[in-house]
Design a protein around this ligand. Sequence first.
Ligand SMILES: NC(=O)c1ccc[n+]([C@@H]2O[C@H](COP(=O)([O-])OP(=O)(O)OC[C@H]3O[C@@H](n4cnc5c(N)ncnc54)[C@H](O)[C@@H]3O)[C@@H](O)[C@H]2O)c1
Length: 252
Amino acid sequence: MGQLDNKVALITGASRGIGAALAVGLAKHGADIAICDLARQAEALADVKRQVEAEGRRCFAHHVDVSNIAEVESAVADITAETGGIDILVNNAGILKPSLLEELPEADWDAHFNVNAKGVYLMTNAVLPQMRARKNGRIINIASIAGRQGVATQGHYAATKATAITLTRVYAQEVGMDGITVNAICPGIILTEMGKNNLGSDEAIRHWQDVAALKRLGYPDDIVGPAVFFASDLSAFVTGQALNVCGGIYFH
Ligand SMILES: NC(=O)c1ccc[n+]([C@@H]2O[C@H](COP(=O)([O-])OP(=O)(O)OC[C@H]3O[C@@H](n4cnc5c(N)ncnc54)[C@H](O)[C@@H]3O)[C@@H](O)[C@H]2O)c1
């Protein structure tokens, strides 16, 4: 028996990094999986689908830009029809292009808010009606410790992640009466494309490894356990919370 047997989880930004690890990880715990990512990620998305199916679970892949309401609503309708219903939503899709705020082009400000903040709101609103009807649901937002601390060269990104944490708290209060929990995971530095690009050098990696209480940086699989906790009945009485998963580099 897995913690997520008979559940269906929809994961955005699932062609690589944390999203791909969550797709395979939640499948290992028994869930059928719907994976979404941009059309340009088609090949990588197909590879993740094969990995999920190798775990013996069903997997449905869709090309969705989470900042586009028409694509979001049509994908959620299609996934609902093919799976029978979405029990778990993981809002994982995100972008980070570092810049000092004074040098940040307006278009980059808009792009970060469109994907990292509006994407959470669009996806969540699209799945909520069916979760409310079933009086059950689990929503997990992948935020960041940057959203709590604020980080130089990531001001725009950190602001979107602070928004994701605030949306987590507000949705939790607005949907809890229908048996739906909403929680956030705030990863620290995870060694994905995004994490490595952001650190920039081996020296920076060594520096942050030394800062971390656990003396290492994170891997995508480090996010799976906390996600299973929030996705399952293990966390039935937990909502509106944001959990740092950072190996001890940030403590608030
Ligand atoms: N890696 C880290 O150190 C770290 C730390 C804190 C938080 N996070 C967050 O974790 C999540 C996953 O990050 P990652 O490190 O795996 O990054 P990543 O860049 O490896 O993966 C992000 C995925 O999101 C997809 N994506 C981007 N824009 C999209 C859109 N508009 N619609 C649909 N999909 C889109 C990308 O194609 C990609 O597959 C992000 O929300 C990120 O902000 C990452």
